[in-house]
Each structure stands twice: as C-alpha cells, then as structure tokens.
Design a protein around this ligand. Structure first.
Ligand code: MN
Ligand code: MN
Length: 455
C-alpha cells in the first residue's frame, strides 16, 4: 500500500487535519438538507466578503467575491481573477443533496391507534438500513399566503425523534426468507409520529397530531401538499474510531466535497483565473430540476458576469466555458476489507491515501461516464505534485460489478475539461457514512491547489 497522508505529518500537520475536520463535523451536523447547506454556507461566505450578485453594481474587479443563490437549494460562488473571464474559469463542483426519505404530499394517516407519515425515498438506498433508528424531520412547509414554516425536529437533545419500526425477530421467520432488496418494501418506509388520541370521533390520534402541528407551526393538513420535509438520521456527526481518525455522519456524499470545495474557494483571494464553486441539488436523482446541474442556472450566472464585465455575451460564453477546467468533486468508494472483492486492488481508493481522481466512472464498459482527457489528467497531476497534495487514482468498483455517475459529464457537455475528484467513503448511501479525516483535509488542499495553480 502507498504511504498514507498520516505517515507524512508532523505534529503541526496532525493538528491542522484535526482542526479542519472539527469545523467540518460541526457544519455537517447543521446542514442535513440542501436548503440547510445553502443557508449555512451563505452565513459563512458572507463573513468572508461574499455578496449576493444582485446586490452588487457595476464592473467587478479582481478579488471581488459574489454568489448566486438559486431557490435556496443551489449555490454558485465566484472570485474574479486577474485574467478576463474569456480565458476560462477554474471550477469546483459538488452536490449537496443526499439520499433520504421525503414525505409524500398526503403523508399523514392513522392506523390501529398510531399515526404515521408516508414517504417516498430519494436516491439509491438499501431500505433495510433506514428502519429501527432515530430519525429527524427537516424542511419547509409552504403556506398559500407565501409564508413558510421551517421545520427541524429531532436534533436538539431535548427534542423528540421519530422513526420507522421493524418486525421483531421472534415473528420474522417469513420476512427473513425475503431477499435483502425486499425485506423492507418502499411503501413500508412510514414514519411513526404519534399515539395520544384527542376526543375526536374519527382518527383521534391524527386529530391530536394535527392540533399539535397547528399550535407549534401554524400549518394545516393541506399544507403538506406544498411542503418539502426530509426524514434524515437524527443527531450530530461523530468522531469515529478509537484514534478519532474518521468521522461518521449523515450525508458525507457529497457534502464532504461541497464543504471542502467551499473552504478552498474561501482561501482564494486574488486568483489568476476566475474561481468558481458550484454546489448543486438533485444529483442523487439524475441532476434534474431547476436546482440540478442540468439546469441553465450556471450558464445564466456566467452570462450575467460577462454582461457586467462588458466582455460581450453569447460568443464570449462559449470561450469562457470551453477554456474552463473543472474538478467534479464527488465521493468515491473506499476499499472495505470486509468486501474487498468488489474492487480491483490496483485501481481503487484506500482510506487515508488522499484525494481520489476518477478518470472515468460509469458502468458496463464506462457507460454514462465523462472519461477525462489524458492531457488534462497530466495537467491535474502536475498541479497536485507542485503543491505536494497526496492523491490516488481509482474506479468505482471492479469491471462489471456495478458503477455510478456524477455531475462530471454535464459540465463536459460545454466542451470543458472535467475530471472526477473526491473523497473516499465507507458505508456510502447508508444513514451514517464514514470518511477519513486525512482524506477530508487532503481534499481541501487539492481543491485549493487547483484553484490557485490550474492553468
Ligand atoms: Mn455523490
Ligand atoms: Mn450518491
């Protein structure tokens, strides 16, 4: 095995890794939805001198920092560089949505004296992992008058939690014969939320829960029609391992790359090439919708910048995009010694060995992958080596075992050089995922080096 990031550190380096990761652990614990990630990010970036683009006027100068907030679920940050926009951007892109359970539009029902919330899962999950554990409710309920109730239940130590029940082992003989894919069915991922009846004749427990929601959040049952409530694991991200070398928490995929990308652009004051950090929604369901990477929001943001810089618009846009370079920052699968046979040991990611570059992802013969140009890969290697960043190269699994995708191919459609670059994760898409603190820090150093030195 290659030398790990840990083995290259002195006391100062170890402290830098631990301090950075403590910031990440706290941030991750507060940002459990795409909306929360955007809110927390804006708080942090405004302190570091970023302004909402629409609150700025006139030509932007070198070092000016602006952001575009798309519907509170998707963020795009820019630091204006010394060179004109037409010379291209150095772009970091990551996604801030994670697998979870979403409430349906008519979620609430009473059965056998209990009240439950019906859900539809979001993204790829092993359903059996999401039952019999404490869960929290996060999101918004939008009322017809344009106001919204912001919901976060289950995080404070004094809050109640909710969750999905599972069958006791004593009576599970029939259930245990099912395949793992069917042992918990999608329609059975319903969240238990109440059991005290009111004095109403019909559905008294549901009536009592609705009264509680009315009292606490001023919402009616019909308001769930226009709500986005995400059922996510309750509680803080935690240091993991006796040596505290890892972090276990919900949503490392892909908030670990989003957080490190954001920190990297915050450290980047007057770059040569304009720096950009894109944090997108909806990657886990195909990068769809107005806040996903397929949306025109990014292109429109660049057009608005061009317009402001009087660099022209439509022809210049193709110059900007074609001359840009991107790290599509998404997590990789770390080799798990319990399941080592799903990977090719020469071409897979190991915990603690630094940022992972995937020349290609995809499945069944690289299907659906971006497959970065060799010339660009060489340029990226140069930047990493010049900045003494530890990196490894890997594929998502051995050939024909499975596979996956990222947002890389979407930006590559602009005829831009893009490569996947992310942090390795264990338990990917489980309620609690694990990352190595060494890799988190090395990811941040890699993104910082890219913004500074990529040409
Ligand atoms: Mn991902
Ligand atoms: Mn994912």
């Amino acid at each position: 095995m290659m030398k790990t990031v840990w083995q290259k550190q002195n006391a100062e380096g170890m402290k830098a890794i631990m301090d950075f990761n403590e910031g990440y652990r706290q941030f991750l614990s507060k940002a459990k939805t795409e909306r929360e990630f955007v809110d927390e990010s804006i708080k942090e970036i405004e302190k570091k001198g970023y302004t909402d683009f629409y609150k700025t006027e006139g030509k932007l100068k070198t070092g000016d920092k602006v952001y575009f907030n798309n519907r509170g679920k998707n963020l795009c940050m820019f630091v204006i560089g010394r060179k004109p926009l037409k010379d291209g951007l150095n772009i970091l892109g990551a996604h801030i949505d994670s697998p979870r359970l979403d409430l349906k539009q008519h979620p609430l029902y009473e059965k056998d004296g209990l009240v439950l919330l019906d859900t539809h899962y979001y993204g790829g999950i092993k359903k059996y992992q999401w039952v019999a554990r404490p869960m929290a409710l996060h999101g918004v309920v939008c009322r017809k008058d344009g106001t919204a109730a912001v919901i976060s239940i289950g995080e404070d130590a004094n809050d109640p939690v909710v969750g999905i029940t599972d069958l006791l082992i004593h009576l599970a003989a029939k259930q245990m014969k099912k395949t793992a894919a069917e042992v918990i069915e999608g329609e059975d991922l319903d969240v238990l939320v109440g059991s005290i009846p009111s004095d109403a004749e019909k559905d008294p427990v549901k009536d009592a829960v609705l009264k509680l929601l009315k009292e606490k959040y001023n919402i009616e049952e019909d308001d769930f029609i226009s709500a986005e409530i995400e059922v996510v694991p309750a509680g803080m991200a935690r240091d993991f391992g006796l040596d505290r070398s890892m972090i276990m928490g919900y949503g490392h995929d892909d908030r670990v790359c989003a957080y490190t990308s954001m920190q990297a652009i915050l450290d980047n004051d007057t770059p040569e090439r304009t720096s950009c950090c894109i944090l997108v929604d909806k990657e886990e369901i195909g990068s769809v919708g107005a806040t996903g990477m397929h949306s025109e929001f990014f292109k429109n943001a660049v057009l608005r910048l061009l317009d402001r810089q009087s660099e022209g618009s439509f022809t210049a846009l193709s110059d900007v995009l074609e001359n840009s370079r991107m790290l599509s920052s998404d997590v990789s699968d770390a080799l798990d010694p319990l399941y080592a046979d799903v990977n090719d040991p020469k071409n897979c990611a190991y915990f603690g060995c630094g940022i992972c570059f995937n020349k290609y992802t995809g499945s069944r013969g690289k299907g659906g992958s971006n497959d970065a140009n060799a010339e660009y890969v060489a340029n990226v290697r140069r930047v990493m080596d010049e900045n003494e960043v530890s990196f490894q190269t890997c594929e998502l699994g051995a050939v024909d075992v499975g596979g996956g995708g990222t947002i890389a191919y979407i930006l590559a459609q602009y005829n831009m050089d893009v490569i996947d670059a992310g942090i390795a994760v264990l338990n990917m898409h489980a309620p609690d995922e694990i990352v190595s603190k060494a890799d988190v820090y090395e990811g941040y150093r890699a993104y910082r080096a890219f913004l500074k030195s990529m040409n």
